[in-house]
Design a protein around this ligand. Structure first.
Ligand SMILES: [Mg+2]
Length: 198
């Protein structure tokens, strides 16, 4: 089986990091549970300038390497690889974050996964002229049997794969989202995901 896994808020606790960061930088108190939108600018009620400043800080290697692993992520992903599945991490982070992201994976025992940066969200404002390691047309040539993703904005990248099983990692910003099809299933944790992939 070929498995697509998103990075932020699937493998690691990115939003929890942002909740702390926005308090440090701007004194805004928005607990993780209250992050109601995938759009952090909206969730934290930031100006364009504040958002840009925050995103630049969050994409430094020190910041990226500090993200906590989501419980059970590494162990479960390695169990998939041990069972012969092929795992690709498809992140919406820009290429400037590639090396630190790769290092985070290696430090968390995920040396065997592939990592690709795909422009999922049309983000290029916070890091000017961002590059991505995976072109959209090359992404569409890839095949997956399973996908693990938290962002409703990324669901459009699954429309071309009618048999794909999508596990939506349960997060506050996707609670109100109606899952777009029968291939979608909400998963509370990696234990549930582990049981769903055979
Ligand atoms: Mg994500």
């Amino acid at each position: 089986m070929k498995i697509y896994i998103d990075f932020d808020d699937c493998l690691c606790e990115t939003a929890r990091y942002f909740s702390v960061l926005v308090k440090e930088m701007f004194g805004k108190d928005v607990p993780y549970e209250d992050i109601g939108f995938f759009d952090l600018k909206r969730s934290f009620a930031l100006t364009d300038e504040q958002y840009e400043e925050m995103m630049i800080k969050a994409h430094t290697p020190e910041a990226l390497l500090s993200f906590e692993e989501t419980p059970g992520a590494s162990e479960t992903v390695n169990s998939f690889i041990n069972a012969g599945h092929e795992v690709s991490i498809i992140t919406g982070r820009p290429n400037v974050a590639y090396e630190a992201s790769r290092e985070w994976l290696d430090r968390h025992g995920l040396q065997r996964v592939r990592l690709y940066c795909l422009n999922k969200y049309g983000r290029d404002s916070f890091i000017k002229n961002s590059e991505f390691s995976l072109e959209i047309e090359d992404y569409y040539k890839m095949h997956f049997d399973y996908a693990i993703e938290d962002s409703p904005l990324a669901f459009r990248f699954f429309d071309h794969l009618p048999d794909l099983k999508i596990m939506v990692y349960d997060r506050p910003w996707n609670h109100d989202c109606e899952l777009p099809g029968s291939g979608y299933k909400r998963c509370l944790d990696w234990e549930t995901i582990k049981k769903s992939i055979r």
